[in-house]
Unconditional design. Structure first.
Length: 305
């Protein structure tokens, strides 16, 4: 189950005594989170391997712990925001996790999250994994739309929901601890695919008298218009019928592929960002002539094969 934007607004507005919490890790994201919690009135204990990074937060009212173990001991709610999984293992190794609620905001894989959940719960704690859908400047700025995917202990999430919502909105995606990372990486994968297309588009016009600043709004509005296909793809996957509601069928789109490749060749631009996707389209069509009436949704099944 996921939260709606109105749920997120209620999270921030809900009156409650600010929950004390511990934060391990004060990189750019950790510092932004810390400042948001302090601004919201939450008593905060912080720890960072490089102690100098704790000083600005101490000046704002944070309590600085000398060790990670001491920081964990200070509060029931413990949030981890370190660089990657190895420092998490090291930071928690010497801490007593009995009775603690551990929220891990380190970007990782679903498998890593599930393994961490098992390890933490075996040590007597509850566990919640998180995937932050924001960059540091967005944290603590509701209008910027930051939010965090959470998965794992629902009881932990519900109990600390208001505190977790102070820096960014909350979206709970299930008891499976790996689901937050899965949602995080799924969205970011789509983002990088978009970036690849944008890079190719700008490369095509780079050698011409086309102002990138004039192309930018056209490109942006076109990509925005095309986002409607996301829901259409989801509906086709759910129904199992890839021919329903098709506007431009697979056969027609495959027939147009040479134009894209020849244009890139003429412009002296590599096709390496496009050819993998085009190759999948061709494979889907070649597998069965009837697939020509489909949308591009069948590519999803090829990726799963």
């Amino acid at each position: 189950m996921t939260d709606t934007p109105s749920d997120q607004t209620r999270d921030r507005a809900r009156p409650a005594s600010p929950t004390p919490l511990t934060l391990l890790g004060l990189g750019a994201m950790g510092t932004a989170l810390a400042e948001a919690w302090l601004a919201a009135g939450h008593p905060l204990t912080v720890w960072n391997r490089t102690a100098a990074r704790t000083e600005p937060l101490a000046a704002k009212g944070a309590t600085v712990a000398a060790t990670a173990a001491a920081a964990v001991a200070a509060n029931r709610l413990v949030v981890v925001c370190l660089l990657d999984d190895a420092p998490v293992e090291e930071a928690l190794a010497g801490a007593d996790l009995t009775g603690r609620d551990v929220v891990n905001l380190v970007t990782g894989t679903p498998g890593t999250a599930r393994a961490r959940a098992a390890a933490v719960t075996a040590r007597g704690a509850r566990y919640l994994d998180g995937g932050i859908m924001a960059v540091p400047p967005m944290i603590g700025v509701p209008a910027a739309g930051p939010y965090v995917f959470y998965s794992g202990s629902r009881a932990l999430f519900e109990e600390h929901r208001a505190a977790l919502a102070a820096p960014a909105g909350t979206r709970y995606v299930g008891e499976d601890a790996g689901f937050a990372a899965l949602h995080d990486v799924a969205l970011l994968s789509a983002m990088y695919g978009m970036f690849a297309g944008v890079a190719h588009a700008f490369a095509l016009v780079r050698g011409e008298s086309v102002d990138p600043l004039e192309l930018a709004p056209l490109l942006s509005s076109w990509l925005t218009a095309m986002t409607g296909s996301v829901t259409a793809t989801a509906r086709q996957l759910t129904a199992g019928d890839y021919t329903k509601g098709v506007v431009s069928n697979l056969a027609m789109q495959v027939a147009g592929v040479p134009t894209f490749l020849h244009t890139a060749q003429e412009q002296g631009v590599s096709t390496e960002l496009l050819t993998p996707y085009f190759d999948l389209m061709k494979r889907r069509l070649a597998a069965d002539d009837r697939n020509g009436a489909e949308d591009l949704t069948g590519v999803v099944d090829l990726l799963r094969a």
